[in-house]
Design a protein around this ligand. Structure first.
Ligand SMILES: O=C(O)CCC(=O)C(=O)O
Length: 253
């Protein structure tokens, strides 16, 4: 089992804090992130539980004809008969309630040292959802979470500590990239990520029963494949990242 440096609220039963608040930063007119320090109590304990419970593996990617091992471990489900810690559902329920969106799936990253990292990328959910939310709960050692506009420009950096929550929202997955850069020294860190697409839960709840059970007619977009693709691209939020005003911060709760 990995030994982590002691943190103030890291020990004890893992559960979402009853008093968490998030600070929202607008990176440009349609992209934002929320940072909630101390979102999770018992974060170091959850680190230990997930280290045991998750079926960790090292991914490989084919790049320019050569397989490269990813510089981190990842995991999406419990190992064999192990059960996921209750805190995972506690986090999911809290986020779904607070953000009024269904947070689905589970994707965990395990950075064993400072040479583990994740390169600049935008999440795949941005290819199918207009304004997905990507939630990241950080466990273990502190790491820098970096964000930069896809069109170029300076990056915005946040130091994530054990138990912190970061949520990317708006058109972040269309116009911005994020990364965990390598660093000389870092204690082991995990991130627990969940994603939400689709409409607000309250809007779904308001739909009459019959409508939610029987899917409506499929709308057809006619034209050549290129025209259909262009039409789909046009429906994405437009956002001039490079000419955006500088970051502004406001509290959401
Ligand atoms: O570990 C993190 O905080 C970032 C994870 C990430 O970028 C991802 O899972 O797409």
């Amino acid at each position: 089992m990995t030994t982590l440096p002691l943190t103030l609220f890291g020990a004890g039963r893992p559960a979402v804090s009853t008093s968490w608040t998030a600070q929202r930063t607008h990176l440009d007119p349609c992209c934002w992130f929320d940072h909630a320090p101390g979102f999770l109590d018992g974060a170091d304990q959850l680190f230990a539980e997930l280290e045991e419970a998750i079926d960790w593996f090292r991914g490989r990617r084919l790049m320019y004809g050569t397989w490269h091992e990813e510089p981190r471990l990842t995991g999406q489900e419990a190992l064999g008969d192990a059960e996921l810690p209750n805190a995972v559902d506690n986090i999911r329920d809290e986020l779904s309630t607070r953000y009024d969106r269904a947070f689905l799936g589970l994707f965990c990253n395990y950075y064993q040292s400072g040479s583990d990292s994740v390169a600049w990328h935008a999440d795949r959910i941005g290819r199918t959802e207009v304004d997905p939310l990507v939630a990241i709960v950080s466990l273990g050692g502190p790491r820098t979470f970096a964000m930069r506009p896809q069109s170029g420009g300076p990056s915005n950096r946040v130091q994530l500590h054990s138990g912190d929550l970061l949520i990317m929202g708006g058109a972040m997955q269309h116009h911005w990239e994020h990364a965990i850069p390598k660093t000389k020294h870092a204690a082991p860190r995990m991130s627990v990520t969940m994603r939400a697409g689709g409409p607000p839960l309250s809007a779904v709840a308001r739909q009459p029963q019959a409508e939610s059970e029987v899917p409506g007619p499929v709308q057809r977009i006619a034209g050549s494949p290129a025209a259909i693709l262009a039409s789909a691209t046009r429906r994405r939020p437009r956002c001039a990242s490079t000419s955006a005003p500088s970051s502004t911060a406001s509290a959401i709760n």
